[in-house]
Design a protein around this ligand. Structure first.
Ligand code: GLA
Length: 355
């Protein structure tokens, strides 16, 4: 049977962090780093999966016999497990994955892997799935099989976002709009080198705390708390709940304003929103780490930078900067070398891509 090849990108979220599982707004873009899936259908029900980055190890399982192994192959097993639950038929296959989306950097290597594999499965087995359905299957695999209770931003971004437009997404309705990046805007992404993972504690804790805050405010999801009407009520909650709710509610408002800024070409205000978002993640949601805060502080002092903020789930990962077009490579090199001198960590520049 013929081999198919499909790919999907990593993503950088411009703004709208930890809003997706509250059915709020997000604004991610694709990055050039991507996962490439090469798949050859088999005439039995066996799956053999291999990753270029891991070496010679081949994971094998039988369709219907998916079992969590706490390894990358769980993302693949999660997809075939969800497909079966939805009554969508696929046969066995040999799968080879090759990704240059760095792990644990906040660029969502997992969604790139899931969506690349889903695209390959869709092509190989003629599945009638839209890009949105494909993202939903990928998210369900991650939540229900891998056990990471994530929202839908990353899978939607990997499935639908481009590099020169931000995907403005309403995570409640899944309606989306491509918002072109102004020509004078360039994005820079620098990795702190502090790796995170989301199946574990901190992401889950933040999610739980903010869901408790929603309940205390009498709503199911913080999307339903409007900023102007409810800030007093939010501030009256117990301190931790107040801070968690304040972040999500103000962040949703910032995403809406950031979309307007992109459409109007107002990069100055866009940059301020980045800094405000970072402060909110640092002080209210408490998901930044000192290394990431340092990268944002160094950016603030760098000419040509409109704004900077941590991107992704937090507790490490990368920062995204909005800078004047054409100056990204120099700015990134400057900040990264100051960061390395001060911390001894390697501040790897992920965007602009230097290779
Ligand atoms: C991770 C999750 C997303 C989202 C972000 C935080 O990337 O996968 O669903 O919650 O964190 O914005």
């Amino acid at each position: 049977m013929p081999e198919v090849r499909a790919e999907a990108p990593g993503r950088v979220n411009l703004i709208g962090e930890h809003t997706d599982y509250h059915e709020g707004f997000v604004l991610p873009c694709a990055v050039p780093q991507r996962c490439v899936a090469t798949l050859r259908p088999r005439d039995d029900r066996r799956v053999r999966a291999q990753s270029e980055q891991i070496g010679d190890e081949v994971f094998e399982y039988e369709l219907g016999g998916e079992q969590r192994r706490d390894a990358w192959v769980d993302y693949v097993q999660g997809l075939t497990w969800v497909l079966a639950k939805r009554g969508i038929q696929v046969g066995g296959f040999d799968l080879h994955l090759d990704s240059d989306v760095p792990l644990g950097s906040g660029l969502s290597s997992s969604a790139a892997l899931e969506v690349a594999t889903m695209r390959a499965l869709r092509a190989a087995f003629d599945l009638e799935l839209t890009d949105v359905e494909l993202a939903r299957i990928a998210q369900r695999a991650e939540v229900e099989f891998v056990g990471a209770p994530v929202g839908i931003m990353d899978q939607m971004a990997a499935s639908l976002a481009g590099e020169r437009a931000a995907l403005f997404l309403d995570t409640r309705s899944l309606e989306f709009e491509q918002v072109p990046l102004p020509a004078d805007l360039e994005l820079v992404v620098i990795n702190s080198g502090v790796a995170h993972q989301h199946a574990g504690g901190d992401y889950v804790t933040r999610r739980r705390e903010s869901e408790e805050a929603a309940r205390l405010l009498g709503v199911d999801r913080l999307r339903d708390v409007s900023l102007d009407r409810r800030l007093d009520e939010i501030n009256a909650l117990p301190s931790t709940h107040a801070r968690r709710a304040r972040h999500v509610v103000t962040e949703n408002a910032r995403v809406l304003e950031a979309r307007t800024c992109l459409l109007a070409g107002d990069l100055k205000r866009l940059g301020q929103l980045f800094f405000e978002s970072h402060a909110s993640m640092r002080d209210d949601y408490e998901i930044t780490v000192p290394a990431v805060d340092l990268l944002v502080d160094l950016s603030r002092r760098q000419p040509g930078v409109f704004g900077a903020r941590m991107t992704g789930g937090g507790f490490g990962g990368a920062v995204v900067l909005a800078v004047t077009a054409g100056s990204g490579a120099d700015i990134a090199a400057n900040i990264s070398s100051k960061y390395s001198n001060q911390t001894g960590n390697d501040g790897q520049v992920l965007l602009p891509r230097l290779t």
